[in-house]
Design a protein around this ligand. Structure first.
Ligand code: IMP
Length: 424
């Protein structure tokens, strides 16, 4: 089975845990988009691991982890992650980590530009400041520097010179920033090139050869459907294809080879950064759920905004990604609530939208239409069988299943591997 794992909301759905659970059953785990803006959290034997670039499958012995061509690679983050994993006793060698020579490289000027642009804007996106947007912009502008370029000192020198000539002028004239020294970046990144070279290969070829040998691949989506550059709540999105389609363009594996797409949804909704959020809680309730669910960004530590489960969004995510089953995460965070709401429509100018609106104005101004269900008092974090859940928790899941018309195959009631309920 070649499976894509995809977020159905605004990221932070708990994909890291699901990827970790399924990694044991596959041979390859592949990141296909995004970069170090992602923060996939896995709890193993009480220890927390946060992955920004390396697929979280690295925690499973003998699995091959790939960083596909669709990813933007920040070598500073990559080598810190390799270093931290080695210190934790996790072996990261060239047999286990493969990096696409076609992946683009994040340079210091991408990160600074990301931060300066945010400061200058009237309407901020609230980016992670990791240089993701500027790096993808260079890729599309065809002036980006790929890992293959980094490995060729002559090509790297010419491309870096060319980039800095234009970028330093923009830094000085538009942002009043002194710009960047060629020598400093060139020397530093040639050193990264030396360190990275052993991991670099044609990952598309590698993965297709693996498929031919009937190996199983898990495609690890980062961010979520509504942060996707095309289908997200544009412009408050990231700069990559965070939907299932990105798994093909970001790895060079044909759509015909994908067997299944699993969607991950939190039992409520969260969002980091700016942008519309129809089901957002009041400040005080948001604070309560944020503290209970530890809703702080794994990459930036920013507090996440919290709201009710939004069926309009998740239904759209199911459609776009071709999701056949869902994992519902953090159901335990809703323990102890008297009532739980599910958004089933958006009301805007006397019209009720049952599908996700394309017009951002509707999303910004719409009032959510809710169905209300009774909550449950019990602590469900120790429950491992669906039949042992309180009736109201079962009703909540059944209602989601009916509204979304999709199977729920996993329910998470805590951060560790064990705190999971598997449904038939
Ligand atoms: P960027 O990806 O850093 O450019 O940020 C663009 C938007 O995506 C901002 O609203 C970020 O908060 C959001 N974002 C990026 N990565 C993640 C993630 O992994 N989880 C949640 N939000 C994210």
């Amino acid at each position: 089975m070649n499976i894509v794992i995809v977020g159905t909301q605004w990221g932070d759905e708990g994909k890291g845990k699901i990827i970790d659970l399924l990694s044991g059953k596959v041979d390859y785990i592949v990141r296909y988009q995004g970069g170090s803006n992602a923060g996939h959290t896995v709890i193993l034997n009480g220890r927390e691991f946060i992955f920004h670039l390396i697929p979280s499958g690295i925690l499973h012995k003998g699995k091959v982890c790939c960083i596909g061509n669709g990813v933007v690679v920040d070598p500073v983050v990559l080598f810190k992650e390799i270093h931290d994993l080695k210190n934790a006793g996790i072996k990261v060698d060239q047999a286990r980590l493969k990096i696409s020579s076609r992946a683009h490289v994040i340079f210091p000027y991408h990160k600074i530009l990301d931060q300066l642009r945010e400061k200058k804007k009237t309407y901020r996106i609230g980016t992670t400041g990791r240089g993701i947007g500027p790096c993808y912009a260079d890729k599309i502008n065809r002036c980006g520097i790929r890992i293959a370029d980094l490995l060729n000192p002559y090509v790297f020198k010419e491309k870096l010179k060319d980039n800095l000539k234009e970028k330093n002028e923009v830094f000085r004239k538009v942002y009043g920033h002194p710009g960047f020294s060629f020598n400093k970046i060139y020397t530093q990144y040639l050193n990264y090139a030396r360190l990275i070279s052993k991991y670099v290969c044609n990952t598309s070829l590698l993965l297709n050869q693996a498929i031919r040998k009937n190996k199983d691949i898990l495609f690890e989506g980062a961010q979520g459907t509504f942060l996707d550059i095309d289908f997200g709540s544009y412009p408050f999105v990231t700069s990559s294809s965070a939907t299932a389609g990105g798994a093909c363009t970001g790895t060079g594996v044909s759509p015909l080879k994908i067997d299944k797409v699993i969607g991950v949804a939190k039992a409520y909704t969260t969002r980091v950064g700016e942008g519309p959020f129809p089901t957002e809680f009041s400040d005080s309730f948001s604070r309560y759920i944020r503290n209970k669910g530890s809703e702080f960004g794994a990459t930036t530590g920013r507090p996440r905004r919290c709201g009710w489960f939004d069926c309009i969004m998740v239904k759209e995510a199911i459609l776009i990604n071709g999701i056949s089953e869902l994992a519902i995460m953090k159901l335990d965070v809703l323990d102890g609530l008297k009532k739980i709401k599910i958004c089933i429509g958006y009301k805007y100018k006397n019209k009720v939208f049952r599908n996700f609106p394309e017009d951002p104005e509707v999303l910004r101004k719409a009032k959510p239409v809710y169905q209300e269900l009774p909550g449950w008092k019990e602590d469900i974090s120790k429950i491992r069988q669906y039949r042992d859940l309180p009736p109201s928790a079962k009703d909540y899941l059944l209602r989601l299943k009916d509204l979304l018309k999709t199977k729920i195959s996993m329910v998470s009631v805590g951060s560790s591997r064990e705190e999971t309920i598997f449904l038939d």
